[in-house]
Design a protein around this ligand. Structure first.
Ligand SMILES: [Zn+2]
Length: 155
């Protein structure tokens, strides 16, 4: 159907650009006119718009969580300025998600520390031939893949 000087097929192709508001005003108006007059395209638009909004909402949520995790790491690792610490601690007391994420991160850090010290402790108390053999083996393993990991040591 030709409405607003556009066929349904063309409107269909332009729909994502329209939803993203990534379109010339002239075309935008043409699509708008078509949508107002074509129930079928309007229905399709409603579905696409809903999916787009949902994806946007998720994207923003993930972005927010990433930023929060970054802040928490800076805070725990002592890499935060005094001014940001005040801000951060304010957020901690007003936003439950921050508090939950902070506690989860601290638990994880504690677990990692524990297993690190445990391995270190086991090695120092159990320097048997077996342990030394294991160390040699892992060193051999490492040497084999040295080139693969070399980028990690270029600082
Ligand atoms: Zn149409």
């Amino acid at each position: 159907m030709l409405k607003g000087n556009l066929t349904c097929a063309i409107v269909n192709q332009l729909l994502t650009f329209f939803v993203e508001d990534n379109m010339d005003k002239r075309y935008r108006d043409m699509v708008s006119t078509h949508l107002r007059n074509c129930p079928m395209c309007m229905e399709r638009y409603t579905v696409v718009k809903k999916l787009y909004n949902e994806a946007e909402r998720k994207r923003k949520l993930i972005k927010k969580q990433e930023m929060m995790q970054e802040e928490i790491s800076e805070y725990l690792d002592g890499e935060m300025s005094e001014k940001d610490i005040v801000h951060f601690e304010q957020k901690l007391s007003t936003t439950p998600q921050y508090e939950e994420a902070l506690i989860a991160t601290m638990k994880l850090k504690r677990l990692l520390n524990n297993s690190f010290y445990k391995v270190k402790y086991n090695l120092s108390t159990d320097l048997t031939d077996g342990t030394i053999e294991k160390l040699k083996n892992s060193a051999g393993f490492f040497m084999k893949f040295k080139n693969l990991f070399s980028h990690l040591f270029q600082r």
